[in-house]
Design a protein. Structure first.
Lengths: 295, 227
């Protein structure tokens, strides 16, 4: 406990003495965590939206305005005969318009045209989970596309798969960038801690000569890195939360409507804790690396 | 830990220190310093005095031979044992090596503090040794406010705070005038009288003559005289 107390006391005093330089390392760690946290925040919410969409209607059959009752019946018979749908729902032109007006109230004026309701009638299918993405669905989608009275068929899984692939690529690039930024942050901390080592080289020499345990010699510098990492992480989480609060207040309802989920959510507490510990770890590693010269 | 002769504190057997360019800083030294002894290490600059002190402080390792100090075989000492070994030794340097940002008392209590000694004992031990060197009235002063002689007495007090078995001093009077030099040497004599082994490296022949103790003279890395 005395070693920890000594390390913290010396680290705080050292950080205060070189507070201008310390700001750089705190900022470097903070920036890296803002990028990582932002990435997690975006993917966390997009994942939720994608999950919501995945469980919603996945195959939509748009009917032409000139569709006859017989053609509509033939389409419904084709759907029911395929046995891939859990249920189906017919959405009339009026219902489609109403749905648009409800979800995009501020855009409603755009669909008020003299030509009348621009939305087509459609049939939405909820697929059986065991056939999602399977060949049976592809066969049905093909058959429906060629059926009389059908103007278009949208199979959500195809573009959901594209969204998921895009999201995966976004994650990879993002994590790569974060890795580079974290390494840069650790180097910055190490550089700042080396300044402290240089300032205290006489004390360190004495500590070594009097047989001070290495935990006393290195501890303050590792603690300095951990504190810088923790401060950077705390600042980053504050920035992320503030940015999130602003984004929600400005675009929250629109984004929630697009996503058709209850609303946007900030990172879970566990993820915030991991980010904070991650920042402290990066700082601690930087601090420890700087003390390798002490032997 | 290796135990040498029962009353020997330092034992050197064919001790050599070879640097990478094939230059011997020390060559084939064999010497015993007994517990409670006061020994001068004499010789001109480059004779090997400082190299020998660096070996004794484990700042460097011997290249050949054996060096056993306070029961530790320094040639075979593990890295994890170095700090433990150093806790049994006090050191005094020519340039004092005091921390300017700490007061006199803090400079001394710093040693037990960074060795994990409980807080209650740190200041008590520091004050006791400060009193021993007669500078208790300067306990709140900073090193920059003290004379050279006072600073060296503080450095000696710091070396004593752990009650070491051995005090090593490298040219401790190098920055002091003759009167202060003798005063510092008298302090070493008092410490030695209390049972602590003292090894002082100096090139000051006059001081050696005045103190009059066993003197080992080095020349070109070899022992040239023991008197």
């Amino acid at each position: 406990m005395s070693a920890l107390r000594y390390a913290l006391r010396e680290a705080i005093a050292s950080l205060w003495r070189r507070r201008s330089a310390s700001v750089f390392s705190v900022a470097a760690i903070g920036l890296a965590i803002v990028v990582l946290g932002g990435l997690l925040l975006v993917t966390f919410n997009v994942d939720r939206v994608v999950a919501e969409w995945s469980s919603a209607a996945e195959l939509s059959v748009f009917l032409s305005d000139e569709v006859t009752d017989d053609e509509r019946l033939a389409v419904e018979t084709l759907i029911d005969g395929s046995a891939v749908a859990l249920d189906r729902e017919r959405v009339s032109k009026a219902q489609a318009l109403e749905r648009f007006r409800r979800d995009f109230a501020e855009l409603a004026v755009l669909v008020e045209s003299p030509e009348g309701n621009p939305f087509p009638e459609s049939i939405e299918l909820r697929l059986r989970p065991d056939v999602e993405g399977g060949a049976e669905v592809e066969v049905l989608a093909g058959a429906l596309s060629n059926a009389p009275g059908v103007s278009d068929v949208r199979y959500d899984r195809q573009w959901l798969a594209r969204v998921t692939a895009l999201l995966t690529a976004f994650r990879r690039v993002g994590f790569g960038l974060v890795f580079v930024m974290m390494a840069a942050a650790a180097f910055t901390v190490a550089a700042v801690v080396r300044l402290a080592l240089h300032d205290r080289r006489d004390e360190l020499e004495i500590m070594q000569l009097v047989g001070s345990p290495y935990v006393y010699i290195r501890g303050p510098f590792v603690a300095e890195g951990v504190i810088q990492g923790g401060a950077g992480a705390a600042a980053a989480l504050l920035v992320l939360w503030s940015g999130f609060a602003v984004a929600v207040s400005w675009w929250g309802s629109d984004l929630a409507a697009i996503g058709s989920v209850e609303g946007l959510r900030f990172l879970p507490p566990g993820t915030c804790a991991v980010l904070a510990v991650g920042g402290m770890t990066v700082g601690g590693v930087g601090g420890f690396a700087a003390t390798r010269v002490v032997s | 830990m290796t135990t040498g002769a029962s009353n020997a504190l330092i034992e050197m057997r064919h001790l050599s220190k070879l640097y990478s360019r094939g230059l011997y800083a020390l060559r084939d030294l064999s010497l015993t310093v007994f517990k409670g002894e006061f020994v001068f290490l004499a010789g001109s600059s480059g004779a090997g005095k400082s190299t020998l002190l660096r070996l004794l402080l484990m700042q460097e390792r011997p290249s050949e031979g054996e060096l056993i100090v306070n029961g530790y075989n320094l040639a075979k000492l593990k890295r994890s044992e170095i700090q433990e070994y150093r806790r049994g030794i006090g050191f005094v340097f020519q340039d004092f090596k005091l921390v300017p940002s700490r007061t006199v008392l803090e400079n001394i209590s710093f040693v037990p503090e960074v060795q994990g000694v409980p807080l209650s004992q740190q200041r008590r031990r520091a004050f006791q040794v400060l009193k021993g060197v007669g500078l208790q009235h300067r306990m709140n002063a900073y090193p920059g406010e003290l004379s050279g002689g006072e600073q060296q007495r503080i450095a000696i007090a710091r070396a004593l705070v752990n009650a070491p078995a051995l005090i090593l001093a490298d040219e401790p009077t190098g920055n002091l005038d003759p009167d202060l030099s003798l005063e510092v040497m008298n302090l070493f004599r008092e410490i030695n009288a209390g049972g602590t082994t003292v090894l002082v490296a100096t090139h000051d022949r006059e001081l050696i003559r005045l103190v009059g103790r066993r003197t080992v003279t080095l020349g070109h890395g070899r022992i040239v005289e023991v008197a």
